[in-house]
Write a protein that binds this ligand. Sequence first.
Ligand SMILES: Nc1ncnc2c1ncn2[C@@H]1O[C@H](COP(=O)(O)OP(=O)(O)OP(=O)(O)O)[C@@H](O)[C@H]1O
Ligand SMILES: [Mg+2]
Length: 265
Amino acid sequence: MEEEKTTQAGLPKPHPSILKVIEQKKRLREKLSGIKHKIGVYSAKGGVGKTTTSVNLAFMLNSMGYKVGLLDADVDCPNLTMFLGMNETLSGDFPLMPVDKNGVKVLSTAMLVDDLKAPIIWRGPMIGKMISEFFENTEWGELDYLIIDLPPGTSDAPLSIIQLLDLDGFILVTTPQHIAAVNTIRSGGMAKRLSVSILGVIENMSDGSGTGGKEVADKLQCDFLGSIKTNPKFGELSDSGKVPAIQDEKIGKEYLEIIKKITGR
Ligand SMILES: Nc1ncnc2c1ncn2[C@@H]1O[C@H](COP(=O)(O)OP(=O)(O)OP(=O)(O)O)[C@@H](O)[C@H]1O
Ligand SMILES: [Mg+2]
């Protein structure tokens, strides 16, 4: 007997591969249902401070009493754990349990490889599969916020994450320079095309040399969340595994102003 090509409503039946993706998204949604807000920290430009922003936002939110998870989704170059002086490894057996760091649940692909210096090479379809397995098999439990440190660029890894997860939206990070702003506007364009909200823009390494943050916010018509000044303490503290926003009052205040806008508090 020939298989029906239409649904009961007379609409064409979706291709099995599309049904598989829909099923996968459904499983992921159920798995992550204990997480109230999922926020991606993103920019197409490398080195602007995405990881710095993710770490400091996560620990500041935690210090304000929120339950927070922090995911290093930079699958090619995972370095978030270095900012936290963490060297825990996970066996790789499912389920994956994020590691507690002063109350924040942290997970990184770096925890699954023995040699951090060895290059990790993922190819297109593997990235999507790995990311979805990662999420389907991680026990985050109940969280107010999951902060996701996304890799730079517009390649498979950020795309897979955006497509698989129902993110609340992106926080875009730029530096004051026009060239960084142009690249960040590009990432915003991608987000818009994929119907992901832009929660706002942070200008990092602000030194008065430009107005990149405002330029991005104007162009993408989204909120300007605030600036984080260039401060040598970032390097010093991050290199010794300490969180600048928690250790330094001035830096903490800058992040607090931004967080108030994110949480609406
Ligand atoms: N406001 C700041 N003042 C001074 N140094 C900073 C500031 N923000 C970040 N840095 C430093 O800049 C460097 C790059 O930051 P970071 O690794 O967070 O960028 P990134 O966007 O995540 O990079 P990548 O694209 O490689 O993932 C780090 O050494 C960090 O300590
Ligand atoms: Mg980074």
